[in-house]
Design a protein around this ligand. Sequence first.
Ligand SMILES: Cc1cc2nc3c(=O)[nH]c(=O)nc-3n(C[C@H](O)[C@H](O)[C@H](O)COP(=O)(O)O)c2cc1C
Length: 340
Amino acid sequence: MLYKILVLPILQLINPEFSHLIAEKFFQLHFYKVFNLFLFRKKSNEIQTNVLGLELNSPIGLAAGYDKNCRILYPLLSLNFGFVTGGTITLQERFGNPKPRLFHIPKEKSLINSLGFPSLGLEKIIKNLRSEADQRIFLSVSGIKHDEIISCIKSLENKTRVFEINISSPNTEGLRLFHDPKELSKLIKEIKIVTNNKILVKLPPWLESENNDLLNLGKTAIDSGADGLVVANSLPIDDEKLAVGKGGKSGKILTKNTFRMVSEARSVLGPDPIIVACGGIFEAKDVWNALASGADLCQGYTGFIYEGLSYAHNINKELKKIMDDKKIRSTEEIKGEPLL
Ligand SMILES: Cc1cc2nc3c(=O)[nH]c(=O)nc-3n(C[C@H](O)[C@H](O)[C@H](O)COP(=O)(O)O)c2cc1C
């Protein structure tokens, strides 16, 4: 509550990239531990979720892009996320697109960004990762050439159990190479040769009116050996406030579209491949609806920005309450239940 009334409005007055930097410092300098003491006085509700052979304490994770350089993965995990996605990591250092490239739209609870993968690059980021893989840390990697992605995967092999391959940033032109099913299939097969980790492919979002090229691309990824899909990245839009004139929109506007995409993906893929719902997940009801539509896990980014430090904690608490009311004992049982 304090976050929404006091902290968020102040952060929104500041340049959004600067406020992100402040947030990063808050975590790096361990201030969050004081807040955790107050916020999480009672033991957190754990909603055991077994997916991809991993035992996670919650189906809600943090989406890629918040901790691009993997500096604060463990402080973020302490906020009761079931998992945190580090990255997107690129092979070379990248500065991203010119500024301005990030806006808050509080009325819509959305964000618009055209960051375009600012990244310290693999060599520096790898130093921020612990020596042993932690099943709660997923790593997002990308590149505009096969070799770039393969080099990242090889170097990060022992740092994670799950790779998320980002072929869907709306702000990086070169990624469209992997929207060609032949190129994507080749990439996944190459990745399979160099990793024993699970592979998720993050798709761009598709709208009801669009044909199913992207859904078919997802099917190609699975047929080529990927374990699952993340559905989906932010929605490509034109916006003249951005220096590059176009970017991606995220947040509340995506919520319903996410449920529809998950349900379409589930009916095309069948029961086995993993589906991670991403886009407009703000509260426990959204997680329930995403799982009921066929997802195995959820991720949020914009919801975390608007709801604050207790985002995952509140989702876990409320989701547990909904499950208890409905006498549902595991998140797997939510699949196929009516939406709320
Ligand atoms: C500022 C910002 C930066 C992002 N950076 C990345 C990124 O580096 N890699 C990625 O796969 N997705 C990135 N995303 C997309 C999010 O992970 C997520 O897919 C999208 O925002 C939709 O979810 P949401 O509505 O919960 O934010 C970014 C989103 C935002 C708002």
